[in-house]
Design a protein. Structure first.
Length: 346
């Protein structure tokens, strides 16, 4: 459907909002209906909405595509079809693994941008909340309250503990800064080693992770999902951690071999874990993960704070202004690396 009437010759923007165009606002993972604030584009673009069934027909007609429903695989299915393709695709998410699973898109001249920057501090606050909850046994307190039992316990002091944050992009850095404010010693792990970092001193390479894990009280995964990071937290990785270590994943579900994590928790190889992302989302009601002792489950919500949809739409419109003016776009994804290099971020 057409959003506005504009003169001939203006660019056409396609918006993939699976279910949103049908008025379903609570589809899991979808940023609630149509993108807000696109009236900024009035008179400058013709906005056409598509769902999973209509995207293939829309693609040849649009100059740019906003993937508002970042949980959809519709782009991967529709892109290889006939006809021209948009020159710019923006996804309303930090992760771009669903788009990069389409080899025809990766091999094309189309520029991909993402929502880098929107989720950094919200996710950092969420991770810090999880760390505090695990250290202070808030779950145990709530359960004892439910049972009306007064049982004094000692909890873990957070200051002075040691965290390994896997992922040295803006989300990982925000997590590191926030944990350091609580007295946690933080080391960041990135794709390659770098020295002289103004905040963290040294960024460790991913090849050193095995050697770092045994000294960590907290292991936080906030890495992009790439071929090299898929399944990186497996039985061998959990075996290297201290029995008192806690593991948190806010990256992607595929970073973790879930069966190995379950076994590590059940056998007390690690003390506890918190997962905000899963291999299959929504997590099926019959999944054993719901009942694993020491595991905190949340529904992929670590970056979603009040107003996040407005922030995502505003960021896209800002980038649209640059695109329409012929200026370099922000947050350009390196399709070979699988994420936005620092030089492409605002």
């Amino acid at each position: 459907m057409s959003e506005t009437t504009v003169p001939a010759g203006v660019p056409v923007l396609g918006v993939l909002g699976v279910l949103g165009v049908l008025g379903v606002l609570d589809a899991p993972g979808v940023p609630g209906g149509d993108p807000p604030n696109l009236e900024r584009l009035s008179g400058r673009a013709r906005v056409e909405y598509a769902d999973e069934d209509s995207l293939a027909d829309l693609l040849p007609a649009v100059d740019a595509l906003l993937v508002w429903d970042f949980t959809s695989d519709a782009v991967r299915r529709a892109w290889p079809g006939p006809g021209p393709r948009p020159g710019w695709v923006h996804t309303a998410s930090a992760g771009v693994d669903r788009l990069l699973s389409c080899p025809e898109l990766v091999g094309s001249e189309t520029v991909i941008t993402n929502a880098r920057g929107v989720f950094d501090q919200p996710i950092a606050e969420y991770v810090t909340g999880l760390v505090l909850a695990l250290a202070k046994d808030f779950h145990g307190s709530l359960e004892l309250q439910r049972q009306r039992r007064w049982r004094h316990r000692e909890t873990m002091r957070l200051a002075g503990t040691h965290a390994i944050v896997v992922g040295s992009g803006p989300i990982g850095r925000a997590i590191g800064r926030t944990l350091m404010a609580l007295g946690v010693r933080v080391e960041l792990v990135g794709r390659r080693e770098r020295s002289g970092d103004p905040e963290f001193g040294r960024i460790h390479s991913s090849g050193t992770l095995d050697a770092l894990l045994p000294r960590a009280d907290w292991v936080v995964c906030a890495a992009p999902l790439t071929e090299s990071t898929t399944g990186m937290f497996d039985a061998a990785a959990f075996a290297r951690m201290k029995p008192t270590a806690r593991f948190v994943n806010v990256g992607r579900g595929a970073h973790v071999v879930q069966e190995d994590l379950v076994e590590a928790l059940l056998s007390h190889r690690i003390a506890a874990a918190a997962l905000d992302v899963f291999a299959d989302e929504p997590l099926p009601p019959g999944s054993p993960l719901w009942d694993v002792p020491g595991l905190l489950v949340s529904p992929h919500m670590s970056g979603d704070t009040v107003g996040w949809r407005d922030d995502l739409a505003r960021q896209f419109c800002d980038n649209f202004d640059r695109w329409a003016a012929g200026e370099p776009l922000f947050n350009v994804v390196d399709k070979k690396l699988g994420y936005v290099p620092d030089r492409s971020a605002p």
